[in-house]
Design a protein around this ligand. Sequence first.
Ligand code: SF4
Ligand code: SF4
Length: 122
Amino acid sequence: MIELVSAERCITCDKCIKVCPTNVFDRGEDGIPVLARRDDCQTCFQCEANCPADALYVAPLTSPLPDDSTARDEDHLARTGLLGSYRRHIGWGRGRTPGALRAVGPPLGPPGPEGTSPPITS
Ligand code: SF4
Ligand code: SF4
């Protein structure tokens, strides 16, 4: 569930507004996204993954946390590195290694004799 938009970090690029599949955000008058339909959040993390400013925090829960939760406390989220942490973990952003390059999977190579080719997907 989306918990926080950091107005301090946001660069008003609109990416989160555009990628959200359930239209949770409205663009505020100052360009900062507003959680207009928070209950529609699907916890898909796409907004946090696409935010170039690490200005969003999506908690790995399907229901909202109380207002006094540390998940709504920007200082706490910044101090603990949680703001934008999903994007960091998947390796999106300048200077990061894309998660796909670190993924563990079956070795891929040229097809072998029939029936022995490694699977392309698991
Ligand atoms: S986590 Fe997904 S559904 Fe929720 S606000 Fe972000 S993009 Fe929208
Ligand atoms: S993606 Fe990040 S920087 Fe861009 S509008 Fe949304 S919160 Fe702001």
